[in-house]
Structure formats: structure tokens, C-alpha cells
Design a protein around this ligand. Structure first.
Ligand code: C2G
Length: 134
């Protein structure tokens, strides 16, 4: 039984998020997802998420490939989360390449290629440009 853990904000859920979760699940037998709190997102990205934590948690928890969700309150608690959930692998997109290698004493870090040409930031920009209805 290989347990996989991954982390993210998953704001304005899109196909890039879905694909990384599918590929994370395929790395093992069960998938545990840490969803960033609103405060963590604000401190990481300098803006509040569009979808509040409750909505983001509900979306992720409803996916059939996801076995467990929890709230990621701080980037500094990663080691604790990995131990708490007994994770064998930590999967992240390659925008985090090498960033979690310090945990290789307790689990295997795996970095997967991001889906090109889609991001929450870009979606927000595109929506901003939509002209108002006459
Ligand atoms: N992702 C992807 N392809 C995209 C966009 C995102 O594969 N086009 C992946 C990211 O690499 C990440 C996951 O989707 O593994 C979630 O992305 P974000 O919500 O942007 O997560 P982030 O804010 O980077 O939070 O402790 C780690 C952080 O909580 C990660």
C-alpha cells in the first residue's frame, strides 16, 4: 500500500490541477491532498484565493481519485504532515523541482511536469479582459 501526498491551493480548479492529481494517484494506491488555507495562499501569492478554503476543500474531496484531504496551514509543517499521514511519496509539479528533496529521508519526492499553458493567474487575467455585456 503506497501512500502519496501532495499539496496545493487548487484555486479556480482547472485541468492542470486535475491532471497532476490523476498522475499523483497513479504513483501509488491512495492519495492524500493538503489544501492551502486562505491565509497561506495570501502569504505565498500576495492575493487571497478566488474560491474560499471551504469550496476548494469540497471540490478536491469530491474527486474519486482523492482518498483524504486536510488543510495545509503552513509551508513549514510539511515534515509533520508527511509523518502524520505516513506518506511514502510526495508528488508536486515541477515548478517545485528540488524544493522538497530535504524530505527524502522519510519519503520519496517526485516532481511531475506541469500542464502547459494553463494557470489560475492566467484564467483570472482572461476573465478580467472579458468586455461587459451591452
Ligand atoms: N499544476 C500543474 N499544471 C498547471 C498548474 C498547476 O501541474 N498548469 C500543479 C502544480 O505544480 C501543483 C498543483 O498543480 O503541484 C497545485 O498548484 P497550485 O494550486 O498552484 O499550488 P501551489 O499554490 O503551488 O501550492 O506546499 C506547497 C503549496 O501548497 C503548493
Amino acid at each position: 500500500m503506497i501512500k502519496v501526498i501532495t499539496f496545493g491551493t487548487f484555486d479556480v480548479f482547472h485541468v492542470g490541477h486535475l491532471r497532476i492529481l490523476k498522475r499523483a494517484k497513479a504513483e501509488g494506491d491512495s492519495l492524500i491532498v493538503g489544501v492551502s488555507s486562505d491565509e497561506l495562499n495570501l502569504s505565498k501569492k500576495g492575493r487571497a484565493p478566488v474560491y474560499p478554503l471551504e469550496s476548494r476543500l469540497e471540490i478536491i474531496a469530491s474527486l474519486s481519485i482523492v482518498d483524504e484531504v486536510f488543510v495545509e496551514d503552513s509551508l513549514e509543517l510539511k515534515r509533520q504532515y508527511i509523518e502524520q499521514f505516513n506518506a511514502d511519496k510526495l508528488v508536486m509539479g515541477d515548478d517545485w523541482q528540488g524544493k522538497f528533496d530535504e524530505f527524502s529521508d522519510i519519503c520519496e519526492p517526485v516532481y511531475l511536469p506541469r500542464t502547459p499553458s494553463i494557470s489560475t493567474t492566467e484564467i483570472i487575467e482572461v476573465i478580467k479582459q472579458v468586455p461587459p455585456l451591452k
